[in-house]
Design a protein. Structure first.
Length: 197
């Protein structure tokens, strides 16, 4: 880490900018989730790399990762991972992760059962939908990683360009969701037309 003095923060300042308490920050450091502080005399300082790591830990926790899972995830990152790389990883996670869907799925299930449809048919439809959506999500993630994120990471970009890509990813998620809905509706309409012919 080669932070300038202007980029360094005390643990209190880091806590203020990240929203993570001093106590929690120290705990994360003890687990190795963030690198050791930079010591200048008796004072510990934290730089942008520490903040990027802490932001990543927070994002992963907000999306249901346990501290053990976060530790494993961070351990797999290459040693040369930069704060820009971490920001990109965080954007990928937060732009594609959603709020818990349990309540929505329960509501839909209750409504479908109320329609009087056979439970076996509903279970089969749910299994098919889950399987196909998981496959689609994996394939779209591979495309995004291989054709957008990895090529972006292999070339030099300014901080502004990296920030722009980080801003674009959530909108990409929205547009992808809309495209999936439209594609599904088109497929249903084609199936209905074919069956009526």
């Amino acid at each position: 880490m080669t932070e300038t003095t202007d980029e360094l923060m005390t643990i209190d300042e880091l806590s203020t900018v990240t929203g993570v308490s001093v106590r929690t920050t120290r705990y994360y450091a003890s687990l190795g989730l963030i690198p050791p502080a930079i010591r200048r005399g008796r004072v510990a300082y934290y730089g942008p790399e520490h903040r990027a790591r802490l932001d990543m830990v927070t994002a992963l926790q907000e999306h249901g990762f346990t501290l053990q899972a976060i530790e494993r995830y961070l351990a797999r990152l290459p040693a040369e991972t930069t704060r820009e790389d971490l920001a990109m990883q965080r954007a990928m996670i937060t732009s594609w992760a959603t709020e818990p869907t349990d309540d929505i799925q329960a509501r839909i299930g209750r409504e479908l059962i109320a329609l009087g449809l056979p439970r076996d048919a509903l279970a089969a439809a749910y299994a098919a939908t889950s399987r196909l959506m998981a496959d689609l999500a994996d394939e779209l993630n591979t495309i995004l990683r291989d054709q957008v994120v990895d090529p972006f990471k292999r070339t030099h970009h300014t901080a502004e360009e990296a920030a722009r890509l980080e801003e674009v990813l959530p909108r990409l998620r929205q547009l992808t969701t809309e495209a999936i809905v439209v594609s599904f509706q088109d497929a249903v309409n084609r199936t209905i037309s074919r069956n009526l012919s």
